[in-house]
Design a protein. Structure first.
Length: 133
C-alpha cells in the first residue's frame, strides 16, 4: 500500500504516544518533534538543541508510557528521562563516560526498567522509578 504521509529530513528515531495520536520524531540535529500521527503535521517541538554542541544529546528515544516519560540516549554518553507533560528533563547520567555513543535503548514491557548499551561491550540497566525522583 501507499504510505499515509511522510516527512522530509533525517530521522534517527521515532516512537508513538501512549494513545497513538502523536509520533515523536527525532532528527539528526537532536531535535525531537511531536507530530500528529493522522496528518503528519508538526504539533510542537519537544526538544530543540539550544547550542550547537547539544545536537549530540539525543540519538534515540522511547516512551515509557506507564510513567508518561520519554527516555533518550545519545552521543557524549548522555542518558536522560523527560516528563512528557512539562517537557522538562528529570534525570541525566553518563554511565559510560562522556565520550561514548549510546545507540542501544530498550524498555521492559512493564515499564519498570530500561537498558542502555554501547560499543564498549557494556549494558547498563536502570530501574525507571529511581530516575523519576
Amino acid at each position: 500500500g501507499q504510505p499515509k504521509w511522510w516527512r522530509r529530513g533525517a530521522c534517527t528515531s521515532a516512537f508513538f504516544s501512549k494513545d497513538g495520536t502523536h509520533l515523536y520524531s527525532l532528527d539528526a540535529s537532536g531535535r525531537l518533534d511531536v507530530v500528529d500521527a493522522e496528518s503528519g503535521k508538526l504539533v510542537q517541538p519537544f526538544f530543540v538543541p539550544e547550542v550547537e554542541t547539544d545536537h549530540e544529546l539525543i540519538g534515540a528515544g522511547a516512551l515509557a508510557a506507564n510513567h508518561n516519560v520519554i527516555i533518550t540516549v545519545g552521543g557524549r554518553g548522555v542518558v536522560a528521562t523527560w516528563d512528557v507533560g512539562s517537557r522538562k528533563r528529570i534525570f541525566e547520567d553518563t554511565p559510560f563516560g562522556k565520550d561514548v555513543d549510546l545507540p542501544v535503548l530498550a524498555i521492559s514491557s512493564d515499564g519498570r526498567y530500561f537498558a542502555v548499551g554501547s560499543e564498549t561491550g557494556k549494558l547498563v540497566v536502570f530501574r525507571l522509578s529511581d530516575q523519576l525522583r
